[in-house]
Ligand binder design. Structure first.
Ligand code: ZN
Length: 154
């Protein structure tokens, strides 16, 4: 596979998820909600999480933002729905390490699956925050952190 094919694949997947985001809806009576904001790009989202014991039985989001933020949020919900909290946090760590090219973390490629397509984002530093916004929201929701997640320290 050439680098050009890879770019096409990346674009197709991002466009598909951004145009038709999965789990893009409000959840009434969610166990946790988490708002997140990336002021550099204007991406804004609200995440809804429902637990069944320690399993994420439902996860959905609403919001506005660029194609990458929406596509990444859509793919994030698909990848952690039905998973345990512990597993979801592991996927978060692998995804964050992949996007930020953190060499201190062993990235579980099998676990990431299709999310590996988003690795192309790591070449565009300004887009990394777009791609990780929903992931930080998920991470905070599972940890039950208070307050809005922002990509910029206040
Ligand atoms: Zn963005």
């Amino acid at each position: 596979m050439s680098i050009y094919d890879l770019d096409d694949l990346y674009q197709d997947v991002v466009l598909d998820h951004s145009r038709r985001p999965r789990n893009f809806r409000k959840v009434e009576d969610a166990d946790r909600t988490q708002e997140a904001y990336n002021p550099l790009c204007g991406d804004q989202l609200k995440l809804y999480v429902v637990f069944d014991g320690d399993v994420i039985s439902d996860i959905a989001f609403e919001g506005t933002g660029c194609a990458i933020s929406k596509a990444s949020a859509s793919m994030m919900t698909e990848s952690v729905k039905g998973k345990s909290i512990e597993k979801a946090q592991e996927i978060f760590e692998s995804f964050r390490a992949m996007i930020t090219m953190d060499e201190d973390v062993d990235i579980d490629r099998d676990e990431l699956g299709d999310l590996g397509i988003l690795e192309g984002v790591s070449a565009y530093p300004t887009r990394i925050k777009c791609a990780t916004l929903s992931w930080h929201a998920m991470h905070a929701a599972l940890a039950d952190d208070e307050g809005t997640v922002s990509t910029e320290a206040s």
